[in-house]
Design a binder for this molecule. Structure first.
Ligand code: NDP
Length: 261
């Protein structure tokens, strides 16, 4: 074997600070708690600070610091304010989980420009400017970091009534690759997580339909929907030094769905 000694992968996030958008519930909350369980302190972002209390309490119960920060990521001025606030707190995040996202199903013939803008401004434009705000101080200081963008299966599979959402998530995948090659030399890794089917507020509308559930379970090789904890290991891996040479990748966590179609 060539190169340095093999000492084993390091998944420990002690001393790291993770900025998690959309941390008030669902996947973002689970990832914030999972990163904290591996040692990270958490800056938790949602539109309303009060909704962040439960995740901050859960992180604090693990002995880590958690700070709630209200910001609407579809609003560029709010993103600027968010990073000023983080700077004024003397915090310097080195992990970003770009998770905030929305979906509103709508037949494409009926999609209006304001629906398109709402979804793309949150899921894609917001994610870019949060990544920019996160990376600027790291680039200026010559410090590395890790970005995990929340992609989706929909960027690889055509889902009816989800064109704006699919466009936003496909754009996010392209953005992941572009940023990864631009910032690799600066030590900032940029990857994406591609969750399959997870029951949250965002997807609840589908799960109310038992026929949909049955049909979908028939297509997922593992014959079950994802559990939020299924996403933690992949995120901790991408955020940590265990993935030190991994950038520009999309890691699907989907019970085998994509591989089977
Ligand atoms: P939820 O609806 O449960 O949670 C969405 C989170 O995003 C909430 O914390 C919400 O916070 C936050 N959010 C929404 N809009 C904004 C905004 N403008 N500014 C700041 N925060 C915002 O969704 P999920 O947990 O299911 O989804 C999380 C991510 O995972 C999304 O990007 C989604 O596209 C992606 N995903 C989910 C899948 C699934 O099966 N659930 C599958 C594939 C991808 P609040 O409303 O409190 O402000």
């Amino acid at each position: 074997m060539r190169g340095g000694a093999v000492t084993g992968a390091n998944f420990d996030l002690t001393g790291r600070v993770a900025l998690v958008t959309g941390a008030s519930r669902g996947i973002g909350r689970a990832l914030a708690e999972g990163l904290a369980a591996h040692g990270a302190d958490i800056l938790a972002v949602g539109r309303d600070e009060v909704t962040l209390d439960p995740v901050c309490e859960a992180v604090a119960a693990q002995g880590r610091t958690a700070i709630p920060l209200a910001a609407d990521v579809s609003d560029i001025a709010a993103i600027d304010e968010l990073f000023k606030r983080i700077q004024s707190l003397g915090m310097s995040p080195d992990i970003l989980v770009n998770n905030a996202g929305i979906e509103e199903v709508c037949p494409s013939a009926e999609v209006m420009p304001d629906l398109w803008d709402r979804i793309v401004d949150t899921n894609l434009k917001g994610a870019f400017f949060v990544a920019q705000g996160f990376a600027r101080p790291l680039l200026a200081a010559g410090r590395g970091g890790s970005i995990v963008n929340l992609g989706s299966l929909t960027s690889a599979v055509g889902v009816p009534t989800a064109a704006p959402y699919t466009a936003s998530k496909s754009g996010l995948m392209g953005m992941t690759r572009a940023l990864s090659s631009e910032w690799a030399g600066a030590g900032i890794r940029v990857n994406a997580l591609g969750p399959g089917y997870f029951r949250t507020e965002l997807t609840e509308v589908f799960y109310r339909d038992e026929d949909w559930q049955k049909a979908m379970l028939g297509k997922i090789p593992m014959r079950r929907f994802g559990r939020l904890e299924d996403l933690v290991g992949a995120t901790v891996f991408l955020a940590s030094d265990a993935a030190a040479y991994v950038t520009g990748q999309i890691l699907y966590v989907d019970g085998g769905y994509l591989a089977s179609i």
